[in-house]
Design a binder for this molecule. Structure first.
Ligand code: PEP
Ligand code: CO
Length: 449
């Protein structure tokens, strides 16, 4: 069985995107503490998710992965977690019912606290003076507040990530098994501002259809467990080596290493170097894993990554999450999919229509156009249809709240509206209405696929 590489050897690979901690002893203390903490997820649950993603790989299921770009400690509240779960449950039911396909549900939550950054520093004008500080790298690393104290990387935050993730996952587990995710609740998920929107009305009429079907099933004596609970899984980018390494444990059933900080972990576009630390560590764990592939990825890169990360070519183990941008996907994706498929590689193809479509509005807010998001998704479906491969899922940054971070959509959010409720500490997310609209549009694409 492959051993877990030690932390020093990983760092010796020149790991990208790591915090520069000023105090080594404090890092060691945090890592030592984390190593004593119980797993957040169980290896058997990770295996179950691998089996479900294997069905995605075979073209028999669809993956819905979504949540914040960056979770925050302040965001660990009952309302916030419930709202995110609720929009994901609504999207899943739309995809299942209108798209007629089983949906594998994975949250970008309970661990999504560390961010890769394109620049190590951030410069702002404060009181007329230009001030440069270390970039915010997520609550796992430093504080968002723009002060020298707050931006110093603090390893104790990794222990805080563990605790915040435990609290989030505990609530999610209670919701999904304790009645909240019961299909008979399909109407009650459609609350407040969404209910009155045109898309909310469309959801309402679909929910009524589902309710009639449930009543019918019950009347004939069928009331399976699947109606009353859902399987929901956690995921995050495996970025800070100290955290992921400390949470990698040997499973007593199989003697294999699992990263027990989440069910599914992925490698980001900026840390997918073939000889890099992240690829090395994730090649050793047994979880289902993903790799983000941007527009510069060659088919050879993807094939080499698959050879390293999934040498036994196990279906469900590896997901390629492409994020080309609406303007590039139709041109760039075919070669990748064609050659990976020709090489006989078992991978699930998932579309992240967010990260290739970010731009800065004239007001200075980082934003995305809803229409670009949908266009990239359409391009993804078109490419797979042309090649006869399965468009396996979507990876979305969203929130359960009524934020104003992405422009466009049915509410016709304009750049001028962005300041009304811009709450993301990192990338702009689809709000609840935009998320639901996306689900209906993707369900249509699925029907045609
Ligand atoms: C992200 O998922 O938030 C992210 C940083 O993505 P990428 O690695 O694709 O840029
Ligand atoms: Co992001």
């Amino acid at each position: 069985m492959s051993a877990i590489p030690d932390l020093e050897s990983l760092h010796a690979r020149g790991a990208a995107q790591q915090p520069s901690y000023p105090d080594r002893a404090a890092v060691d203390a945090a890592v030592t503490k984390l190593r004593t903490m119980p797993p957040l997820v169980f290896a058997g649950e990770c295996d179950d998710l691998t089996d479900k993603i294997a069905a995605v790989t075979r073209g028999e299921a669809f993956l819905l992965q979504g949540g914040d770009c960056a979770e925050t400690f302040a965001g660990v509240t009952a309302d916030n977690v419930r709202n995110k779960l609720r929009v994901l449950l609504q999207m899943a039911v739309v995809l299942t019912y209108a798209g007629s396909v089983p949906v594998v549900k994975v949250g970008r939550l309970a661990g999504q606290y560390a961010k890769p950054r394109s620049s190590d520093n951030e410069t702002r004008t404060v009181d007329g003076q230009s001030v440069t500080l270390p970039a915010y790298r997520g609550d796992a690393v430093n504080g968002f507040e723009f002060t020298p104290e707050s931006r110093v990387p603090d390893p104790q935050r990794l222990v805080d990530v563990y605790n915040a993730s435990a609290a989030t996952l505990n609530l999610v587990r209670a919701f999904v098994t304790g009645g909240y995710a019961d299909l008979r609740q399909v109407h009650t998920w459609n609350t407040d501002f969404v209910r009155s929107s045109p898309i909310g009305q469309r959801y309402e009429s679909m929910a009524a259809d589902i309710e009639r079907a449930l009543t019918f099933m019950k009347a004939i004596g069928a009331d399976p467990d699947e109606f009353h609970r859902v399987d929901f899984h956690s995921s995050h980018e495996a970025l800070v080596l100290e955290y992921e390494h400390a949470m990698t444990r040997i499973d007593s059933r199989t003697d294999a290493p699992y990263d027990v900080s989440g069910h599914f972990v992925w490698i980001g576009e900026r840390t997918r170097q073939l000889d890099g630390a992240h690829v090395e560590l994730l090649s050793k764990i047994r979880n289902p894993i993903g790799v983000k592939l941007g527009p510069t990825t060659s088919a050879d890169d993807a094939i080499a990554l698959a050879a390293k990360l999934n040498p036994d070519n196990i279906p469900g183990r590896l997901t390629f999450i492409t994020r080309f941008g609406a303007g590039k996907i139709r041109e760039g994706l075919p070669d990748l999919v064609e050659k990976v498929t020709a090489a006989g590689l078992q991978v699930a193809w998932v579309c992240d229509p967010m990260h290739g479509n970010t731009f800065e509005a004239s007001s200075g807010y980082k934003t995305r156009k809803f229409e670009d998001v949908i266009d990239e998704l359409q391009g993804f479906f078109d490419v797979h249809r042309a090649l006869g491969t399965w468009p396996g899922g979507i990876h979305i940054e969203l929130t359960g709240d009524d934020v104003t971070e992405c422009v466009g959509g049915g509410e016709e959010l304009a750049e001028i509206d962005l300041g009304n409720r811009y709450e993301s500490v990192c990338d702009p997310r689809l709000n609840r209405v935009q998320s639901l609209e996306t689900a209906f549009l993707v369900a249509e694409m699925l029907r045609k696929a």
